[in-house]
Structure formats: structure tokens, C-alpha cells
Design a protein around this ligand. Structure first.
Ligand code: NAI
Length: 261
């Protein structure tokens, strides 16, 4: 299908937490395919502007929607505006996430930190997905609708200095399976990506220690993961090429999770 300007009509993709990091790189990867982007983030700043410009430079159209994913009351408007921005929605990427405010002994973890991590990383994405799925099921079926959840290697690997993060991400893993089951009949695929150690602002606080551990062989592929490594996989998973797959997990971690002896 082509638009009036002759450009192949792309899909419309909503990415949460996309003003920087993995979300931004994923937005760029979609834009390079000619897709249109709904960039959500809780912060609207210079970085968000840069992301919108970057999408435009790659040939995509972009629309910014400021919302806190943890605030369920904001979802209805967010979903409404996401669907109306470019005339429908094809892909949801649940990317927004936070780490613990301070890494430390899990025996010192606070209920406040636990609740915040759960609210942003699990409760918010669960209900946003529910809102998008309800809307899709009300509409006529369309091909290649899909959802990608950005979990973490910590959905499987335990880190006792950020217990509540691990718990939130293992919840995302189950959430992927649950929605994959529920939405399979509607032809909506749901995938999970488990990134390893990715070079973003989130990991900036531990850059030096990971630098050393990576050099020592933390992951068999001895380099930092880049946000683009994740973005490319999200685009591939939602391309429609994996038509008999759903609920799958893809590790983007340089082999980090291969058990070794
Ligand atoms: P980042 O901190 O660079 O970017 C996250 C973005 O999400 C920020 O722009 C932030 O403002 C936004 N955000 C935070 N809370 C939000 C909320 N309540 N509502 C809307 N937006 C919100 O982090 P990064 O590294 O790009 O992480 C993206 C996702 O990847 C997260 O879910 C994270 O847990 C996951 N991940 C990251 C890894 C890494 O090594 N960087 C490894 C494994 C998973």
C-alpha cells in the first residue's frame, strides 16, 4: 500500500519509554523500515526532541505522547491518541522500565522501592497491554499485530543487589506467556526480549564494573550490548515472518545466559 506521497505505507508502532536508550534505538529501527512511531515517555525534554528528529531523519513520522505508564488513569487517553495519530496501531512495544534507585543488599530493600518497580515495570505494562488488546479485539482483524515486551536477563538470572527489579521482570516473562495464550486466536503474537548488559543511561552507574566483567568474559561475546542490538530484534520479531510463533523469548545478551562449566 502506498500513501499519497508515494511512500510505502508503514505500520504504526507505540513504544513506551522511547525518548532514549533501547526505546529510541527501537524507534529508529522501525523508522528505517518506513514505519510510523508513537513515542511515549514520562519525560518530555531535549532527548525526546532528538528522538523525534531522528525518526524523521530516517523517514518515519513520529508523534510524542507524554504519559507515566505506572499511572493507569492515563492509559485510556494514551491508547486513544496512539490509535488516532496515524489511523490505527499495529505494534506495541512495552519498553519503559526503571532499575532500583540504589543497588544494595536486598535485606535493605524497601516496600516503597518494591512497589515503584512493580508499578512501572509490571503493573503499568500489564494494564496498557490489556487496553490495547481490548481495542484490537473490538476492531476488525488486521494482519501482523504484535506485542513485544522488553524484560531482562534478570527474568532468569538472580541479582541480589536489585531483587525487586528481578521480581518485576520475571512477572513480565509470565505476562508474555499469558497474553500470548489469550491473544493467539485473534492472530496477535506476543514476544519477550531478554536483553543482557546494554550500554544505556540505565547502566551508566555501573559502567566501570561491567567494563571489567565483560573484559573478563561475563558474556561469551565480549562487548557491551548496544541499544541497536535490541531494536533490530524487535523489528525482526514483528515483521510477520514468525507466523507460527508466539510467546517466545529471545535473548539479546551475547550468550550471557548459556550455562557454562
Ligand atoms: P533508560 O533508562 O535509558 O530508558 C528508559 C526510558 O523509559 C527513559 O526515557 C525513561 O524516562 C522512560 N520511563 C521510565 N519510567 C517511565 C514511565 N513510568 N512511563 C513512561 N516512560 C518511563 O533504560 P534502557 O536501558 O533503555 O531500558 C529500557 C528497557 O530495557 C527497560 O525496561 C529496562 O528494564 C530494560 N533492560 C535494560 C537493560 C540494560 O542493560 N540497559 C538490560 C535488560 C533490560
Amino acid at each position: 500500500m502506498t500513501t499519497t506521497n508515494g511512500r510505502k505505507k508503514g505500520r504504526c508502532v507505540l513504544i513506551t519509554g522511547a525518548r532514549r536508550g533501547i526505546g529510541r534505538a527501537t524507534a529508529y529501527a522501525f523508522a528505517e523500515k518506513g514505519d510510523d512511531l508513537i513515542v511515549n515517555d514520562v519525560i518530555e525534554d531535549e532527548a525526546a526532541r532528538e528522538t523525534l528528529d531522528g525518526i524523521a531523519a530516517r523517514g518515519g513520522r513520529a508523534h510524542f505522547l507524554k504519559a507515566d505508564i505506572a499511572d493507569l488513569a492515563s492509559h485510556e487517553e494514551l491508547v486513544e491518541r496512539a490509535f488516532s495519530a496515524f489511523g490505527g496501531l499495529d505494534v506495541l512495544v512495552n519498553n519503559a522500565g526503571i532499575s532500583v534507585a540504589r543497588r544494595g543488599d536486598m535485606l535493605e530493600a524497601t516496600p516503597e522501592s518494591f512497589d515503584r518497580l512493580m508499578a512501572v515495570n509490571l503493573r503499568g505494562p500489564f494494564f496498557l497491554t490489556q487496553a490495547v488488546a481490548r481495542r484490537w479485539l473490538r476492531e476488525a482483524p488486521a494482519p501482523a499485530r504484535s506485542i513485544v515486551n522488553i524484560a531482562s536477563a534478570n527474568a532468569h538470572m538472580a541479582s541480589i543487589d536489585r531483587a525487586e527489579y528481578c521480581l518485576s521482570k520475571v512477572g513480565v516473562a509470565m505476562m508474555t506467556k499469558l497474553y500470548a495464550l489469550r491473544l493467539a486466536e485473534a492472530g496477535i503474537a506476543v514476544f519477550e526480549i531478554r536483553p543482557g548488559v546494554i550500554r544505556t543511561d540505565m547502566t551508566a552507574v555501573v559502567r566501570a564494573s561491567y567494563e571489567k566483567r565483560i573484559a573478563e568474559g561475563l558474556s561469551p561475546v565480549r562487548r557491551w550490548g548496544e541499544p541497536e542490538d535490541v531494536g533490530r530484534v524487535v523489528v525482526a520479531l514483528t515483521s510477520g515472518e514468525f507466523q507460527f510463533s508466539t510467546g517466545e523469548v529471545v535473548h539479546v545478551d551475547g550468550g550471557l545466559q548459556i550455562a557454562r562449566l
